[in-house]
Design a protein around this ligand. Structure first.
Ligand code: C5P
Length: 227
């Protein structure tokens, strides 16, 4: 399978309470986003990589990977979906085929395993829609009422956590995101845009340690994991 990769990295990461966006925080001797890019670089089938950066980004140019010719960058948008849309549009404007696969993966998810990537690509290679890595929820879920009390307990066997990469056809994903954003629908992942377009993305079970760094303790946990 051949594919493009789009990495939204235009967030400001306010939940991390750090001096810089979380994708630029150190993990070992390099920035988080460099580990994330490593999950894709040198893998068979990769056609190219687009990183979506904030218009006021001050950190990308200092990274060693900024001079890597396989990586291009575009200016992202206000929300994650706007950033992804900018990346997809850049690929289409450069003549990428609408039928090409594109994998969208969070900059702040540096622990994607080669096995998960391989499983996603193999499972979806002939799929008419595409899909995403996901993990069945382990804990019981509670629906909160406005008073801070439990309103209900849904059947947890139906629930999955949506991870990335999420893999769709370039043209279909571009159109779905564009229409969902124009309609004012809240879009927190690519699959939800496809769902809004009437499609049912496939869930591909992945490893639970492919976490998105959101809080300071996530980074500490990853650093310990990597020794
Ligand atoms: O904020 P959250 O953890 O959901 O961000 C997920 C990913 O989307 C991060 O890699 C972040 O940099 C990116 N993002 C973006 N453009 C935005 C907001 C978030 O590319 N406007």
């Amino acid at each position: 399978v051949t594919y493009w990769v789009v990495i939204p990295a235009a967030g400001i990461g306010s939940r991390m309470r750090a001096d810089r966006p979380k994708q630029y925080l150190p993990l070992g001797d390099r920035a988080l986003i460099e580990h994330t890019l490593d999950c894709f670089l040198d893998r068979p089938g990769l056609k190219g990589l687009v990183v979506c950066l904030s218009a006021v980004d001050r950190w990308w140019d200092d990274l060693a990977c900024a001079s890597d010719t396989r990586i291009q960058h575009v200016v992202g948008g206000r929300d994650r979906a706007d950033s992804v849309l900018a990346g997809l549009l850049a690929l289409l404007q450069q003549g990428a085929d609408r039928e090409d696969w594109v994998l969208v993966h969070d900059a702040a998810r540096p622990n994607l395993s080669a096995t998960d990537l391989h499983n996603l690509l193999n499972t979806l290679a002939d799929d008419p829609v595409g899909g995403l890595l996901a993990v069945p929820v382990r804990d019981t879920l509670k629906c909160a009422g406005p008073d801070g009390r439990v309103a209900s307990t849904p059947d947890r066997s139906l629930f999955w956590q949506a991870y990335t990469p999420q893999m769709f056809r370039l043209g279909a994903l571009h159109d779905a995101l564009f229409r969902a954003l124009a309609a004012g629908v809240s879009i927190t992942d690519e699959a939800s845009a496809m769902e809004h377009a009437g499609q049912a993305p496939r869930l591909v079970e992945g490893r639970s340690d492919n976490i998105k760094v959101t809080r300071p303790e996530d980074l500490e946990w990853l650093a310990r994991l990597r020794g």
